[in-house]
Design a binder for this molecule. Structure first.
Ligand SMILES: Cc1cc2nc3c(=O)[nH]c(=O)nc-3n(C[C@H](O)[C@H](O)[C@H](O)COP(=O)(O)O)c2cc1C
Length: 420
């Protein structure tokens, strides 16, 4: 098992030994703002391309408490800390100059940071350096936003949150009749430098929404300003990032497997998505569950597709036997709702759900496997929201106890609960 994963396991004892005290005076700001830019485009709801970008991580709700105001977004995030930043390159897209942009979520705008020179492009850092006509998204993580609260385990949440980001690009692209190809095989360290990302921020993945041309991209001569926010360095996370950035024996998955939603409703669903905070122990139907599973099991197009196994504990699904299932097969009969709640760090969400999921892997490529779990998580959220079923990601679970219950040697990547 990957070392970083091993040392960041939660167990019944570790959670009690190391309670998390939050240093509120050091709370990170969840937004990155560029003050120097070439052009700023306010995203306009009436413009389909602007909506396409807004849907991938824009603000979708505001909460106001005495003295504080915070924003929720189209993507969920562990602890609502939002470590993900979205950048994109645009080439030959109507209404956008060819260039490198940053999605300024706080201002619901995109900012042009660099105009592309002749043949220039970030594709030069990819294994396939053919120019992409369309959008090439780059997703980074500002890890302190998450490690402020979750300490060493935060790298896992950065990967899951980025996976949710990829999942929302996939969903938003589907509404524009575009396919989305995820890419992990690019020179991340070089791109980190060219984008002037400081020590606390690093690229994790890319999403290509466009078509490859014949011409190859030439080196992009750009040195963006470094914008540093107060942070505390975490050597374990930085080391885990560097180690797991080297990929080996990747399988390419080129199969596009489109969703079949009513597009107008699905558009609203992306904006409306929220995490459920408690369930009322109501059952869902088998037909709903089957529809959800069909979406989870659709192929995820990427250049490093790792196997992620989906286990689920059926607590309350009418027409289905209670028990633990693995990829569609019943492996243990019985009522495991108490057990599922216990494994999710005793959170009632795991116990009172209709279904509690556990995603696992034995893959060698940690970053792609973990982000795929996030993509599956985003598909689950959106499928559930579409059917009026609640969903919540659960990043806090007892690792070894879960593996023992599932009877697997796999790493446990993520838990999620759905229901009413
Ligand atoms: C990776 C991940 C892990 C999460 N873990 C938990 C959890 O353990 N318990 C919980 O109640 N919510 C969890 N959540 C839900 C977040 O708290 C929620 O997404 C965040 O507060 C923002 O709210 P929203 O999803 O309604 O927009 C998790 C979400 C993600 C993406």
């Amino acid at each position: 098992m990957y070392d970083y994963h091993e040392v960041t396991k939660h167990s019944y004892a570790s959670v009690r030994r190391n309670p998390n005290y939050l240093a509120w005076e050091k709370q990170p700001v969840p937004f990155k703002i560029y003050n120097r830019f070439l052009n700023m485009i306010k995203l306009d709801d009436a413009n389909p391309l602007h909506r396409f970008i807004y849907r991938i991580g824009g603000i979708s709700a505001k909460k106001v408490y005495p003295g504080v105001e915070y924003y929720l977004r189209t993507i969920p995030s562990a602890g609502a800390l939002y470590p993900v930043e979205f950048y994109f390159q645009c080439r030959e897209v109507d209404g956008f100059e060819d260039g490198i942009y940053h999605f300024d979520v706080r201002n619901s705008a995109v900012k042009l940071l660099h105009r592309l020179g002749i043949e220039e492009g970030v594709e030069v850092f990819f294994e396939d350096s053919r120019q992409i006509k369309g959008f090439l998204f780059l997703l980074s993580s500002v890890y302190y936003r998450s490690s402020w609260k979750y300490r060493d385990r935060a790298f896992r949440y950065c990967l899951l949150d980025t996976g949710h980001g990829l999942g929302t690009i996939e969903a938003s692209a589907y509404l524009m009749e575009y396919a989305c190809r995820i890419s992990y095989r690019f020179d991340k360290e070089a791109l980190n430098r060219v984008f002037g990302l400081g020590r606390g921020e690093f690229f994790l993945s890319a999403a290509l929404v466009g078509a490859a041309k014949e011409e190859r991209a030439a080196y992009i001569d750009m040195q963006l300003e470094e914008i540093s926010a107060p942070m505390e360095e975490n050597a374990l996370i930085e080391e885990a990032y560097h180690d797991s950035s080297v990929l080996q024996k990747c399988k390419i998955n080129r199969r596009y497997d489109s969703f079949h939603y009513d597009k107008r409703r699905f558009d609203e669903v992306i904006y409306r998505r929220r995490s459920i905070r408690e369930f009322h122990r109501e059952a869902i139907t088998k037909a709903s569950f089957d529809a959800i599973m069909e979406n989870l099991n659709r192929s995820v197009m990427s250049d490093c597709d790792e196997d992620v196994t989906i286990y689920y504990v059926i607590n309350r699904v009418s027409g289905m036997e209670q028990g633990l299932y693995r990829s569609g097969d019943l492996v243990k009969r019985g009522d495991f709702s108490e057990k599922a709640g216990f494994l999710c760090l005793e959170q009632s969400l795991g116990r009172e759900s209709a279904v509690t999921f556990f995603l696992t892997t034995s893959a060698e490529n940690y970053q792609p496997a973990y982000q795929k779990a996030g993509v599956i998580g985003q598909r689950l959220y959106l499928s559930c929201e579409y059917l009026g079923i609640g969903c919540s990601g659960i990043g806090a679970y007892y690792d070894d106890e879960t593996a023992a219950f599932l009877e697997t040697e796999d790493m446990i990547l993520y838990a999620l609960a759905i229901g009413r």
